[in-house]
Write a protein that binds this ligand. Structure first.
Ligand SMILES: NC(=O)c1ccc[n+]([C@@H]2O[C@H](COP(=O)([O-])OP(=O)(O)OC[C@H]3O[C@@H](n4cnc5c(N)ncnc54)[C@H](OP(=O)(O)O)[C@@H]3O)[C@@H](O)[C@H]2O)c1
Length: 261
């Protein structure tokens, strides 16, 4: 939807050459955003984005060049969806290579931090304040055996999102972690096989939740606080997880008393 100045808002989606990122880009174009996408290679089948740039989110210099390209192409950035992600094959930690562990953390945790850091000045200067949606995973909250590095990297991404929301005034930045369960994409098929993938969340269902958050800061029409996580599961749809804050306003997991023996 055009802003009061008559310009459409600009949204950036990382890892949008296929699968979830591609569907999020498509959903945002349908909501009349001007959309910029990136991935390490060329764009996938057209979804109407205005710009695609080859970017490796693991490389801060590549991310910096992307931020400059966005500035000169659009002059504003209203939202970023950190969707680019990587998972190595499901296996006990001892079988994972150091290179796989490093790539997992660099793509899923450091990449979104580099992207948010590079775009923060433009996001906080956006007319209505900026939006950051970090695509984490249910594995961040319910770690999955065989995906130790992946689960840990997504937990780091949730913690980063909460911190970003805390350290930036909420009228300037709305930061949310979206934690989907399994989604029917190439990543899921690579990890668990094509039959399993077909039983997971349709990619369009998750993309619609993300596009609504980016566009309206709501889930199913209801507003919620910056610094929340949004769980999306096949069984229960989208649900907002509010993190309890202590007297200092710091979010943390709730203390439930000593474990019973
Ligand atoms: N599929 C699931 O079951 C599931 C569940 C929960 C959360 N998620 C999360 O949802 C997000 C999307 O997953 P998906 O299933 O759509 O994955 P996917 O099919 O593997 O697609 C990943 C996308 O990220 C891009 N990418 C990978 N590494 C990159 C890098 N270093 N720099 C820039 N782009 C990069 C890929 O493009 P190039 O290879 O061309 O760079 C591709 O466009 C990920 O963050 C994933 O962890 C997935």
């Amino acid at each position: 939807m055009p802003t009061e100045r008559g310009e459409s808002r600009v949204a950036v989606v990382t890892g949008a050459s296929r699968a979830l990122g591609r569907e999020i880009a498509r959903a945002l174009v349908a909501k009349e955003f001007r959309v910029a996408t990136c991935s390490t290679g060329p764009a996938g089948p057209g979804v109407g984005e205005s710009l695609h740039v080859a970017v490796d989110v693991r490389d801060p210099e590549s991310v910096g060049r992307f931020a400059e390209a966005l500035g000169s192409h659009f002059g504003r950035v209203d939202a970023v969806v950190n969707n680019a992600g990587f998972a190595s094959p499901v296996a006990p930690l001892g079988s994972a290579t150091v290179e796989e562990i490093r790539r997992t953390f660099e793509t899923n945790a450091l990449g979104p931090i580099f992207v948010a850091r590079a775009l923060l000045p433009r996001l906080t200067a956006a007319p209505g304040g900026g939006v950051v949606v970090n695509i984490a995973s249910r594995a961040a909250i319910t770690p999955v055996p065989g995906l130790a590095a992946y689960s840990a990297s997504k937990a780091a991404l949730v913690a980063f999102t909460l911190d970003l929301a805390k350290e930036t005034p909420s009228d300037r930045l709305f930061a949310v972690a979206v934690c989907p369960g399994g989604i029917d994409t190439e990543m899921r098929a690579r990890l668990y096989g094509a039959d399993d993938a077909r039983r997971q969340l349709p990619v369009g269902d998750v993309a619609r939740v993300v596009a609504e958050i980016v566009s309206d800061r709501t889930v199913a029409g209801r507003g919620f606080a910056s610094g929340s996580a949004v769980l999306v599961t096949r069984e229960q749809g989208a649900a907002v997880v509010e993190w309890p804050a202590d007297a200092r306003g710091f979010s943390s997991l709730e203390w439930r008393g000593p474990a019973k023996g």
